[in-house]
Design a protein around this ligand. Structure first.
Ligand code: NG6
Ligand code: CA
Length: 526
């Protein structure tokens, strides 16, 4: 009899312990998603492929029917496709800053669209993805668009240009300084202008032209592409640019060859480093203006140059992945694909982007576009792929490019973190659906807030539409509140009907953003 009770007590004790284990970790709630340290760090190669101005609705897998993107569709179908993946900003420089540093761009006053002469905006002591990986023994390289500034404010383009990518963690760099529409229109390899003839030095100025040099404004007869707004300074290859440039003839890029040039450099990088873990940031220039497809892609989309360069971008991604495959690296490489901001049609040149769009919807079902606080500004294609490791699927978790730094650190066994970067490694690998709770989104120095299914845009002065690009910016003198689950197109402002939700979101937003209570008071006055 006593033995029976002892056995019952033991069973009871076991049961209590079991329940205790369950409560302490077995059943995780949303609040408890404290980062799980990765006990078995790995060292796969890591590649981030980053498009420029590619919208949420641009790929077949994201709903495009008029535009064919077979290679990116294949990548997405073989990996994890995120439906709520965000760039940090609706323009390039701030998004790229956030991607590399894991820090919100609005914390850095210089993180705005930069001219080609701007100084480097990443502190050379700051943690970045390449620096973190380099500390872990990775080889690190960048090929493509930089647009994070170079030098200290007074660059001599004829000498070594520093600081730049090589001073913030990249051992190798082959870049364009800013954008394809900004001077200097040359490639820069490890700080040196590529193929520069010392007898034909480069001069760059964003304020005044060099005497006697033609411009888009004064010499329309020299143009093969016409400017619509802005873009009427120096002419290079018949294309008028932003900023003035003189000299450097032998170093000037050929716009139509840019995709092939960057692809070849990316492939070279892989071949050179296939024996060691490497990180490559492959920053495509498409479909940013000026849209200059190689002649073999001209007409490929039936949508004019904008569609053609998206087809071209899809092709280079396919070729690049073929290289990884033929080098036997696909099972040992984590690929992340995304875009720096949402889509724009007319971004300053007459290139038929509007006229030949047909039924294509660059932003898919989203409202706004590049420069906008509405969803299309920052919600972008976001794909992770790792053959044999990421089971193909679609994830609705809220993720940001900000999160890559801390998540990749966890993957490779580093304890480095970005200031605003969450560890979502399991989410990126498709093993968890618990993404971020919230995110602050930026668009040309204004910010909005997403929390769960809700998006909140504070009141802003300024035009509701940017007439030049014909994009709704999200400015309104009232608060805007949208339930994205029910209203992905942000048509019904629920601010009036959901005052408590609005108040709660403003409070959290201001806590993160550090705006004080100005906006909250304004709300209460209403
Ligand atoms: C804008 C340019 C636009 C584009 C953008 C930067 C004008 C009128 N517009 O100022 O064409 O270059 O800057 O785009 O000059 S981004 O994707 O690099 O942020
Ligand atoms: Ca961009």
């Amino acid at each position: 009899m006593q033995k029976f009770f002892v056995q019952r007590r033991i069973r009871f004790t076991y049961m209590i312990i079991f329940i205790g284990i369950l409560l302490s970790g077995g059943c995780k709630t949303k609040e408890e998603k404290a980062p799980v340290k990765n006990d078995s760090p790995e060292r796969p190669n890591i590649v981030i492929i980053y498009a420029d101005d590619l919208g949420y609705g641009e790929l077949g897998v994201y709903g495009a029917t008029e535009l064919k993107t077979p290679n990116l569709d294949k990548l997405a179908n073989g990996g994890m496709r995120f439906t709520k993946g965000y760039a940090s900003s609706a323009t390039c420089t701030p998004s790229r800053y956030a991607l590399l540093t894991g820090t919100y761009p609005w914390r850095n006053k210089s993180a705005k669209i930069l001219p080609g002469t701007a100084p480097l905006i990443i502190d050379t002591a700051q943690m970045t993805i390449p620096r973190m990986l380099r500390e872990q023994g990775y080889k690190t390289g960048i090929v493509g668009k930089w647009h994070l500034g170079l030098g200290n404010g007074n660059v001599n383009w004829n000498e070594r240009i520093a600081p730049g990518p090589n001073e913030v963690g990249f051992e190798q760099s082959y870049i364009m300084a800013a954008t394809q529409d900004r001077v200097p229109t040359v490639y820069i390899q490890n700080g040196k202008v590529f193929k520069l003839d010392p007898d034909d030095p480069i001069l760059v100025n964003y304020d005044t032209n060099f005497p006697g040099e033609p411009t888009g404004l004064d010499n329309p007869e020299l143009l093969k592409m016409k400017w619509h707004h802005g873009h009427n300074n120096s002419i290079v290859n018949g294309i008028p640019r932003i900023g003035f440039m003189k000299g450097g003839e032998s170093a000037k890029w050929v716009d139509e060859d840019m995709a092939d040039t960057f692809l070849a450099e990316a492939q070279k990088y892989v071949a050179a480093h296939k024996a060691e873990p490497f990180f490559l940031y492959y920053a495509l220039q498409q479909p940013h203006v000026p849209r200059t497809p190689h002649p073999r892609f001209e007409g490929a989309s039936g949508m004019g140059p904008r569609g053609d360069v998206i087809v071209e971008a899809d092709w280079v991604v396919g070729e690049f992945i073929n290289t990884l495959e033929s080098e036997g690296l696909l099972e040992n490489t984590l690929i992340v694909f995304s875009s720096d901001n949402g889509p724009v049609l007319n971004d300053g040149y007459y290139d038929d982007a509007v006229e030949k769009l047909g039924n294509h919807k660059p932003a898919g079902p989203l409202r706004g576009g590049k420069y906008s606080l509405f969803e299309a500004g920052t919600r972008v294609p976001f794909i992770t792929y790792w053959k044999g490791r990421i089971s193909p699927g679609v994830s609705d978790a809220l993720v940001s490019q900000l999160d890559l730094l801390t998540s990749l650190a966890n993957l490779v066994g580093s304890d480095k973190k970005g200031e605003d970067s969450e560890d979502l490694l399991d989410v990126f690998l498709g093993k968890s659906n618990m993404g971020r709770d919230q995110i602050v989104l930026e668009a040309t120095s204004r910010t909005a807030f997403r929390q769960g299914d809700w998006a909140m845009i504070p009141p802003y002065d300024g035009p509701s539409i940017n007439q030049s690009v014909n994009i709704e910016l999200g400015n309104d003198n009232e608060y805007q509140l949208y339930n994205l689950e029910e209203d992905i197109g942000q048509q019904n402002n629920l601010a009036e009907s959901h005052p408590l939700k609005l108040k709660e979101m403003i409070a959290t937003y201001e806590e993160i953003r550090g705006n004080g209570t100005d906006n909250l008071e304004a709300l209460e006055l209403k």
